[in-house]
Design a protein around this ligand. Structure first.
Ligand code: AKB
Length: 367
């Protein structure tokens, strides 16, 4: 059985369209996906397509074309673009657009604009859209392990509320928008005598580092792991900017998409908190190297430590405690490192690499 079949996205999406009678308004079955041209976006759009039951609008700054999806190119801070995105029957927003951690440290003003201003504007627009359709809009906000800032002795899997002192601006904006979404959906309007939560149903999923067979990421700080895997499969020298002991949690991209859609489908009444961490496996860079070497004995890894990026990795959890996600919406950890490599990453990268070689194009990089 393939990974996608195992994930049974179809049933996840089926539940999403018929959620305990209240989750999505049958009159607003549309799903808006922002940042849809990025690597998580591809996987989410594929999952939504597998469900087949909803109308999907996808937007990104970059051009995008996906069968059966209304694709809109533009900047989320452009009011005309926002208006056009919500002109349909949107009942669910999956807001993926973000500038990742290393890119954010290099371009702080842009990081604030994309990660904070655009997120706030989109949530407010979702709320006014909800008023016009007479039903709350569900807003799913992918966040990150970057919200944590651990001390060297915090080596246990971190719970959602532990060690929240982010070192990067990306982590600061992710944490701030988790809190802004919680406030908008549970407090906003109370002072004016309104009932909070009537317009925004906000929930957030914190991703670990993600591993995709389709794209090599850029701009992130967990990138050393996907870069090493892609280089190994392509027979290239792998460069690693953290020491071999550096350890982070990771999961595969299809599993991250599956978890996001599962959280999107969960009944509000089941959710006991706003933010959920999810994990998969948590290898050190050296353990990734040795798993790869078992499969590619010629592999050469050059450790060229980048002190700033390495410090960022050391501030992130060595693993996360995802028991709340398991308890509230049935999240389960899936593939481990070895099976991710054998069942998903190596075959997928090989296939993509050989088709790129035969068509003369380069492997896509994506934020
Ligand atoms: C990054 O490295 O910035 C991201 C993340 C961990 O959120 N991959």
């Amino acid at each position: 059985m393939s990974l996608l079949e195992r994930m049974s996205l179809r049933s996840t999406l089926h539940e999403m369209t018929l959620p305990d009678g209240r989750l999505l308004n049958p009159d607003a079955p549309g799903v808006l996906v922002t940042g849809a041209a990025g690597e998580v976006g591809h996987a989410i759009l594929r999952g939504l397509g597998a469900g087949g039951a909803c109308e999907v609008v996808a937007t990104d700054l970059r051009p995008l074309s996906v069968d059966g999806v209304a694709c809109v190119e533009g900047d989320l801070l452009d009011p005309a673009l926002l208006e056009s995105l919500f002109s349909g029957r949107i009942g669910l927003v999956i807001h993926l657009a973000a500038l990742l951690s290393s890119a954010g440290e290099r371009h702080p003003d842009l990081a604030w604009k994309i990660n904070a201003d655009a997120t706030w504007t989109l949530m407010r627009k979702a709320m006014s859209h909800a008023e016009s359709i007479g039903h709350p809009v569900r807003f799913v906000y992918p966040s990150s392990i970057a919200v944590h800032g651990r001390t060297p002795s915090d080596l246990h899997p971190l719970r959602e509320d532990e060690a929240l002192s982010p070192q990067t601006l990306y982590g600061v904006t992710k944490l701030a928008m988790e809190e802004a979404g919680r406030w908008l959906s549970t407090e906003c309007g109370r002072m004016a005598g309104e009932k909070p939560g009537a317009t925004l149903d906000f929930r957030s999923i914190r991703y670990p580092g993600l591993l995709s067979a389709e794209t090599v990421p850029s701009g992130g700080t967990s990138d050393y792991a996907p870069e090493m895997v892609h280089a190994a499969v392509r027979g290239e020298i792998a460069k690693c900017f953290v020491p071999s002991e550096a350890r982070l949690p990771f999961m595969t991209m299809p599993e991250a998409a599956e978890a996001t859609l599962a959280l999107a489908s969960a009944p509000r009444s089941a959710l006991k908190q706003t933010v959920y961490a999810v994990g998969g496996f948590a290898p050190s860079a050296g353990e990734i190297e040795s798993e790869l070497r078992q499969r590619f004995p010629e592999l050469k890894v050059e450790y060229e430590i980048h002190s700033t990026r390495s410090r960022i990795v050391d501030s992130w959890p060595t693993d996360v405690d995802d028991s709340a996600a398991q308890r509230d919406w049935g999240f389960q950890r899936g593939l481990d490192l070895a099976s991710s490599l054998d069942e998903y990453l190596i075959p997928g990268i090989r296939q993509r690499h050989s088709s790129c070689q035969s068509s003369g194009t380069s492997t896509q990089r994506s934020l």
